[in-house]
Design a protein around this ligand. Structure first.
Ligand SMILES: [Zn+2]
Length: 102
């Protein structure tokens, strides 16, 4: 079991865990309930672990991609590369044809 990410924000940890699980990577959340304490002790910070060492590299890449992804500007409109229609920047797929916008 390898610890790959540590954050006091349990929401981010939980999101990353479901992200990895969706990719078929088995994870374990250490100190899951630690954020309920008022004393920030590093040893009990929630930590996301990957069970299989062979999956760590892929998992770290997924986490990095998630953390570095620019948050979409909701005011920006994206032009669909497939049909040319404008879609709100909050959408990942075209409202018109369903094609990928990114
Ligand atoms: Zn389209």
């Amino acid at each position: 079991m390898i610890e790959v990410y540590r954050d006091r924000d349990s929401a981010t940890i939980g999101h990353l865990q479901s992200l990895l699980e969706a990719e078929g990577i088995s994870t374990y959340l250490r100190n899951e309930h630690a954020s309920s304490t008022t004393i920030p002790i590093p040893e009990v910070t929630p930590a996301l672990c990957i069970l299989e060492e062979a999956e760590v590299e892929r998992g770290v890449d997924l986490i990095r991609a998630y953390l570095e992804a620019p948050s979409a500007d909701p005011n920006e409109e994206l032009t669909c590369p497939t049909c040319g229609e404008l879609s709100p920047g909050t959408l990942a797929v075209c409202w018109s044809c369903g094609g990928d916008l990114v």
